[in-house]
Design a protein around this ligand. Structure first.
Ligand code: NI
Length: 176
């Protein structure tokens, strides 16, 4: 038996593609299925709990998530064209990280629960009430679709510091 894993490269800060607004998916075809499969392979390989298509340089409104505890069965979830249609007044503070900003973590405040409307890979529309880590994760990933990064939610000082660090590192890499 053969497994074909397609782990695609993840783009990182300061890649300007991370600031693109991703386009709505209109074709629910085999190409979309393949994109979602590749995103799961890439996300689990990283490993990460969420991935937006733009992080593998595909500017389309596709998100993959798995927030299940490590010791449990995987719970892969794919959200096509996800949008937040409601949120709680209650705010939660979670430490966030991002595969596109490796090894950097910071506390971010977001609504504790959100209602998300999305489509499945076959184009059916669903709504889901997201709480806890899933609420944090889906808001972080939907931000990616709009060119927003979690560092946009922290203080300007911290954001500038981490951005400079990544610009310097990128320069170093290109000098090598
Ligand atoms: Ni991220």
């Amino acid at each position: 038996m053969c497994f074909f894993m397609t782990v695609r490269p993840i783009i990182t800060l300061p890649d300007p593609q991370l600031r693109l607004v991703s386009k709505k998916v209109t074709k629910f075809d085999a190409r979309l299925q393949q994109l979602v499969t590749d995103m799961f392979d890439t996300m689990y390989d990283a490993p990460g709990v969420g991935l937006a298509a733009i992080q593998i340089a595909v500017p389309e409104r596709v998100v993959t998530v798995d927030v299940s505890p490590k010791e449990d069965e995987p719970q892969p979830m794919a959200f096509i064209n996800p949008e937040i249609i409601g949120h709680s007044d209650e705010i939660n503070c979670h430490q966030e990280g991002c595969l596109s900003i490796p090894d950097y973590f910071e506390e971010v405040e977001r609504p504790a629960t959100v209602t998300v409307r999305y489509q499945t890979v076959t184009g059916e529309t669903h709504e889901m009430l997201c709480e806890g880590l899933l609420a944090t994760c889906i808001q972080h990933e939907i931000d990616h679709l709009n060119g927003t990064l979690f560092i946009d939610h922290i203080s300007r000082l911290k954001r500038e510091r981490v951005t400079k660090k990544f610009i310097k590192a990128a320069r170093r890499d290109s000098d090598d």
